[in-house]
Design a protein around this ligand. Structure first.
Ligand SMILES: Cc1cc2nc3c(=O)[nH]c(=O)nc-3n(C[C@H](O)[C@H](O)[C@H](O)COP(=O)(O)OP(=O)(O)OC[C@H]3O[C@@H](n4cnc5c(N)ncnc54)[C@H](O)[C@@H]3O)c2cc1C
Length: 371
């Protein structure tokens, strides 16, 4: 008997996790512009310590034991035909392949800066894209970080730690940064930033230069629509959260007015039988938090339920953002809960418990050592 075929569109953080849950039960095809997992997490570490970042976050698909048997197609999705239940993929040689599905998972993510882009890459391209911004920032004596969300805060904190002699300034538009987190989170994090010598500039709304696509680190002075003088620095990192969904390959009927994929509480896409969506591209809730809230398990279970005609379960979003914000620090990994309180994995436990047991074994279901 042939098994149902699930096509995962986009093998980033959530596509990979969804594939990992399904691979033993159905035929899974993963389609990805990247040759490996290139995670969207931990911007600061990626910029400051690209080699260390790559060991954890640029990981060959063949290292994941639970992806054994998953067929990976390296290419760019160009079209979805709902009537035929087929997606079309442009392969690196320019030819096009049709991939039929019984179930399609849309997990193509978003662009929010030069570190997350949807274009086709090989491993060498990924390595080069890690190296160039690191070199530019390492050579800078002063760095502006623009933005008030987790990516900007994470970057400012880690760059200041990596290069204590570099002047790091953080500019954000409101009274406090991290407006989507509980207020306690900013109080804690602002203290850590100040301890590291980061100068904090509230109520500074930067003007994005005309025609600039946030695709690089800039060197010109930054102007502010809020009236303050321009801020000069050798390098300016833009992390202003201007997200752009990777949905140009989808019919417009599936998208909301901002271009994200409409989803029902059970993660199905209305008007598209057999289609689900997850991750940053999916308009599950105002914060689009299904990636960090680990909805991949629910999604995999709902796909199996739909295939066996059982009722689906609902995704419940958090009203506030939560997570690590600062990422891995010398004293361990602090995780902020939605109520703004935090707990910490101590430094000794990162390599002995957190990474081997919680991440590699628990989250990914076992990983091989080689790259
Ligand atoms: C375990 C885990 C822990 C997390 N912890 C935190 C945290 O502490 N704090 C926090 O803020 N967030 C956290 N997050 C969330 C994370 O920062 C992002 O939300 C997550 O990276 C988004 O995943 P995604 O799969 O939606 O997108 P991505 O990982 O960006 O994947 C999308 C993929 O689709 C590909 N693609 C795009 N277009 C096409 C196309 N046309 N054809 C083929 N491929 C295409 C892209 O190149 C990319 O590879 C966590 C996520 C996970 C899974």
């Amino acid at each position: 008997m042939t098994r149902p075929r699930v096509v995962i569109a986009g093998m980033g953080d959530t596509g990979l996790l969804t594939a990992r849950h399904l691979s033993r039960h159905v035929d899974v095809v993963g389609i990805s512009t990247k040759p490996a997992l290139v995670s969207g997490q931990e911007l600061g570490m990626r910029l400051a310590r690209p080699d260390g970042w790559a060991r954890e976050y640029h990981v060959g698909f063949d290292r994941y034991r639970k992806l054994d048997g998953v067929r990976i197609v390296h290419g760019t999705l160009t079209q979805l035909s709902l009537a035929d239940r087929v997606v079309r993929v442009r392969l690196p040689d320019g030819s096009t392949r049709a991939e039929p599905y019984d179930v399609l998972v849309i997990a193509t993510g978003v662009t929010n800066g030069f570190w997350r882009r949807p274009h086709l890459q090989y491993d060498e391209d990924v390595d080069a894209a890690l190296r160039a911004p690191h070199d530019q920032l390492a050579a800078a004596e002063s760095i502006n970080v623009i933005g008030g969300g987790a990516a900007a805060i994470n970057a400012a904190a880690i760059l200041a730690l990596a290069w204590p002699d570099t002047r790091v300034a953080l500019y954000f538009p409101r009274e406090r940064a991290l407006p989507q987190h509980h207020g306690r989170v900013w109080t804690t994090v602002a203290g850590i930033l100040e301890e590291r010598g980061v100068s904090l500039h509230a109520r500074h709304r930067a003007l994005v230069p005309a025609g600039f696509d946030l695709d690089r680190i800039t060197t010109d002075p930054v102007a502010f629509s809020t009236g303050q003088p321009e801020a000069e620095a050798d390098a300016t990192l833009w992390a202003i959260g201007r997200v752009r969904p990777h949905t140009d390959w989808l019919p417009e009927t599936l998208l909301d007015e901002t271009g994200f994929v409409r989803v029902s509480p059970d993660l199905t896409v209305p008007g598209a039988p057999g289609v689900f969506a997850i991750g940053d591209v999916a308009a599950t809730d105002p914060l689009r938090g299904s990636a960090r809230n680990r909805a991949d398990r629910l999604l995999a279970s709902n796909i199996r339920r739909q295939l066996s005609k059982r009722p689906l379960r609902h995704y419940r979003a958090n009203r506030r953002r939560w997570g690590s914000v600062l990422g891995y620090q010398p004293d361990g990994l602090r995780v902020f809960t939605p109520s703004g309180r935090s707990f910490r994995f101590p430094a000794w436990s990162i390599q002995t418990v957190l990474r081997p047991w919680i991440v590699r074994r628990g989250i990914y279901g076992g990983m091989r050592r080689h790259r």
